[in-house]
Design a binder for this molecule. Sequence first.
Ligand code: SF4
Ligand code: SF4
Length: 233
Amino acid sequence: MENQLKFFNFSCKKCGKCCSGRFGDNAVYVRFDEIEEISEKINLSPDEFTVPLIPDLYNFDEESETCEHKLNMYKILENISFQIDEDGFVHTPGRMLSRKKSGDCIFLDDKIKNHCLIYDFRPDLCKTFPFYTISGRLDYCKCEGLEKKLDSFELNKHSDYDEKIVKMSMLLDKREFKDKVEMESIKHHFLKNKNKRFGTKEGLKKAYKNAENNLIKCVVYDINEITNVDYYF
Ligand code: SF4
Ligand code: SF4
């Protein structure tokens, strides 16, 4: 991992774009252990700062300064119909951080510009942004602080770079491992529901009916439990 990372010149510019709703997908998946930690530290229940993990591509509207769903909810439900059971419940593999009306992350400070209110215990996804791994292979997202790949001459110019690379590498490895453990247990819970029928027309119809009232009935899989959540969007 360190060998892959060292060719990227990354230094966070604190532009806040990855936390804001104005610049594309800012959904932050949070693991169960992270939810527990945040919940304890800020003394809020998980439902007060997370929502079920459902694709919700946002579009920022300059005039109203709010974010709207890029796809309407019916289209989103149609796209994830394979996750909808015959009773119209959407089964989701965990939770993501809630967002404000503006589309910004719920923890982006309204008073101090680009300041994260839970910076010291923010989710791993935020700590490792813009990098992520898929089966140990490094990839990255668009980010203000990520510059072109370094050549071997430039590599030597960065004296503190080794330390940063080691730290990021450890974080990415830890994140991949923990995400995998959580996903395995979610898969295990999911198999308990294999008697249910998914992707049926009547299930989708029931989910549409709920959506008329801005409601998505969800079954959320966490590492230890399965919870029914009424998600109002
Ligand atoms: S990680 Fe990138 S996008 Fe996010 S605040 Fe830093 S420079 Fe900006
Ligand atoms: S938790 Fe903090 S760092 Fe992560 S998206 Fe929200 S404001 Fe940004």
